[in-house]
Design a protein around this ligand. Structure first.
Ligand code: BES
Ligand code: MN
Ligand code: MN
Length: 497
């Protein structure tokens, strides 16, 4: 699997001699602009060389506190002034600023591999973490498949802060950003390279390195276990499905969190074939699985005191002589029957098996993550994920974690009448509704049937934000974004207390 090489990250109280680029911030304080994070020696050297204060020079070149503005001031190091917004910064403000600045620096790199120092006057641990995450995520580039060696524009990153505890906060930020990048790599891998078997192999290998317990159920084991949903969806492909379990069980765990991810390595729509346009980006349909898997590696690296069990339901949804048909009745794991309404509603079918299996371990909280419905994109746009939950308490717990991580989620209801969509003449349930209105809610109502009565459960529909089909922005690249990893890690941190 192509793995993007990340820059080496160090935490330092000063700007290293070797820095090619120094990122500082332009913030707004009481209505005026103020340059923050400029070390005294850098200021002195600048004034000596140019005769003007750095802040004046930056403003003359158009530097503003407005987020998104980036101005480069020539010199050694090259100084990049990035808009921070209000001087009283949140982690997400610095994440975006650091990401945008590092991406701008990378564009200026030419053939060189740069050493970039980021100095944004971060003091609180969550802000230092934010700077680190943003800088690393902004430096990410997917290793293009090519015989040519890929060049890395940013080779080294220094997070500048003289706060005590900065080194720990930087290391924590690195552990999170690394996981987000791992999820991006998985999503960006084309479906002829990453399919259920190779994806599972990759997880097994990563598990070995991280000393995590990984169990892979192949098609034989799935048949034996009665995982009818995963087998039905995966049945159309020459590349058989897998169910992957990763367990992190630290001593002294405060809670048991179960995570279930949709891992459709390619979604053609099956016999309900998608249009060419709708199909093109469907290598991203395993982004839920990528997020939950990447998250557990990060949670383990952070040694959070919470037990985490991850279930990744991996299958390729293809049309063929062995594909499952609309109107087929599938016996799911646990014995419930489902009439397949539309072979393009495959996500909920594989998720149902995994949810039932996850519930058998009686976790304290069950969270599923899936690029589940186009309807969620219609409802919330491309950048906001849908959140549906068993109750408001669980929803608030997730919204809280999302807020810390800077990932936008919106709580959607599962109205009572929506379940009327799920009645079948031939099976216990039908997989999708008679009405296409509220499609994200119907899908959630279906999943809830398998999450189980009384289970604390949340469903994250990341169909929109998992993928960026537009230009890169701040710390978000094109294609796979690694969305939901940060929220899941923040959730685990909250559960660990
Ligand atoms: N993977 C798609 C949902 C999707 C669409 C994700 C666009 C990302 C971008 C999912 O499997 C799907 O095809 N859903 C159908 C469900 C319908 C047939 C009930 C949809 O949303 O149209
Ligand atoms: Mn589909
Ligand atoms: Mn799908």
């Amino acid at each position: 699997m192509p793995v993007s090489e990340l820059p080496a990250v160090t935490s330092s109280g000063t700007v290293p001699e070797s820095a090619d680029v120094l990122v500082v911030g332009m913030a707004e304080a009481l209505g005026s602009s103020v340059l923050v994070g400029v070390p005294d020696d850098v200021e002195r050297a600048w004034v000596k060389r140019t005769g003007t204060p750095l802040q004046e020079a930056a403003q003359a070149l158009g530097a503003l506190p407005k987020p998104g503005t980036v101005v480069a001031l020539p010199g050694s190091p090259l100084i990049v002034a990035v808009g921070l917004g209000d001087v009283d910064v949140t982690p997400e403000q610095v994440r975006r600023a650091a990401g945008g600045a590092v991406r701008a620096a990378a564009r200026l790199a030419g053939d060189r591999t740069l050493s970039v120092a980021v100095s944004l006057d971060a003091v609180e641990p969550e802000v230092i973490r934010g700077v680190t995450e943003g800088a690393l995520l902004g430096a990410y580039t997917y290793a293009k498949a090519s015989a040519e060696p890929t060049k890395r524009p940013v080779g080294a990153l220094t997070i500048v802060s003289d706060a005590s505890g900065a080194a720990t906060a930087v290391a924590e930020g690195v552990a999170v950003a690394k996981a987000v990048c791992r999820a991006r790599d998985w999503v960006n891998s084309p479906a002829n390279v990453l399919y259920p078997e190779t994806f599972a192999d990759d997880v097994r290998e990563a598990g070995k390195a991280a000393r995590l317990d990984v169990e892979v159920l192949d098609e034989k084991a799935l048949t034996k276990g009665g995982f009818g949903g995963i087998l039905a969806v995966g049945g159309g492909s020459s590349r058989p499905p897998r169910l992957v379990r990763v367990t992190y069980a630290p001593r002294g765990a405060k809670a048991h969190l179960s995570l279930v991810g949709k891992g459709i390595t390619f979604d053609t729509g099956g016999l309900n074939l998608k249009t060419a346009e709708g199909m093109y980006t469907m290598k991203c349909d395993m982004a839920g699985a990528a997020a939950v898997l990447a998250a557990v590696f990060s949670i383990a690296e952070l040694k959070l005191k919470v037990k985490v069990t991850v279930w990744a339901a991996l299958a390729e949804n293809m049309p063929s002589g062995t594909a499952y048909r609309p109107s087929d009745v599938i016996t799911m794991y646990g014995g419930r029957t489902v009439e397949n309404a539309n072979s393009d509603a495959e996500g909920r079918i594989v998720m149902a098996d995994a949810l039932v299996r996850a519930g058998e371990d009686d976790p304290d909280l069950l969270v599923d993550v899936a690029t589940l419905t186009g309807a969620c994109l219609v409802a919330l746009g491309e950048r906001t994920a849908g959140l549906m939950a068993s109750d408001d308490d669980v929803a608030d717990q997730l919204l809280d974690a999302a807020e810390q991580s800077g990932e936008p989620f919106w709580h959607l209801p599962i109205p009572e009448e929506i379940s009327e969509n799920l009645t079948s003449d031939v099976a216990d349930l039908v997989s999708s509704g008679k009405s296409r209105y509220g499609g994200a809610l119907t899908a959630a109502a279906f999943l809830r049937e398998f999450a189980g009565e009384g289970r604390r459960w949340a469903h994250l529909d990341i169909a929109g934000p998992a993928w960026n089909g537009n230009s890169p922005r701040d710390y978000t690249p094109k294609q796979g974004t690694g969305f939901a990893v940060r929220t899941l890690v923040a959730l685990a941190r909250d559960l660990a207390g």
